[in-house]
Design a protein around this ligand. Structure first.
Ligand code: OGA
Ligand code: NI
Length: 197
């Protein structure tokens, strides 16, 4: 099945979708070397919780380092273009009215995690769809750092395998289990000002 069709069907039937091979290995390498460069420049910062008005770092809730990407960052255009194509389909199919997005690079060092949470804030529910692209080339069982999604009647544990894209409705509770190794991703949110999902 064409990947976009599968993603749309999955979102409709189960509120999330896993798409393997969303980018290529060489594109993964580009993103990983960008991360390496930014880390050398000490531009990755400890992530905080809450939005701008209620921001705080709380290492008991999450332990990861992030770098916010600029919207016009040329070095990730191969990724943004694919996401924008997907957004068009999501808007047409679900009338989501997505007209904004934000992305950051994330590095969970060994021992990193993010306890159960929702990505939509109480004071700002603009985040409608969460998008995560994993960059972990040689991820193996036992490395940890799985994404656990809490669905209405079940729980899903998703391995953070390289080139894999996961998208889910931002109102869903989820967590990142403790990673035993360095875990890299691009994480973002598709946003709209619509009141109801
Ligand atoms: C987040 C998040 C999940 C993941 O950054 O809000 O839940 O698998 N990330 O990295
Ligand atoms: Ni989250």
């Amino acid at each position: 099945m064409e990947p976009t069709i599968k993603i749309l069907e999955d979102i409709e039937t189960k509120s999330y979708s896993v798409c393997d091979g969303f980018i290529s290995l060489s594109e993964t390498e580009v993103l990983l070397s960008k991360i390496k460069e930014l880390e050398t420049q000490k531009l990755f910062k400890q992530a905080s919780i809450g939005n701008k008005t209620e921001k705080q770092t709380n290492t008991g809730i999450r332990r990861d380092n992030i770098y916010w990407l600029e919207k016009d960052d040329e070095s990730i255009s191969f990724f943004s273009n694919k996401i924008n194509a997907l957004v068009q389909h999501l808007n047409r199919t679900f009338y989501l009215g997505i007209n904004d997005e934000e992305f950051h690079l994330a590095h969970y060092p060994p021992g990193g995690f993010y306890k159960k949470h929702k990505d939509a804030f109480k004071s700002d529910d603009a985040r409608k769809i969460s998008v995560i692209l994993y960059l972990n080339k040689n991820w193996k069982k036992g490395n940890g750092g799985e994404l656990k999604l809490y669905l209405a009647n079940s729980e899903e544990t998703i391995e953070p395998i390289g080139e894999r894209l996961v998208i889910f409705e931002s109102h869903l509770e989820h967590e990142v289990l403790e990673s035993k190794t360095d875990r890299y991703s691009v994480t973002g949110w598709l946003k709209s000002k619509r009141l109801a999902f």
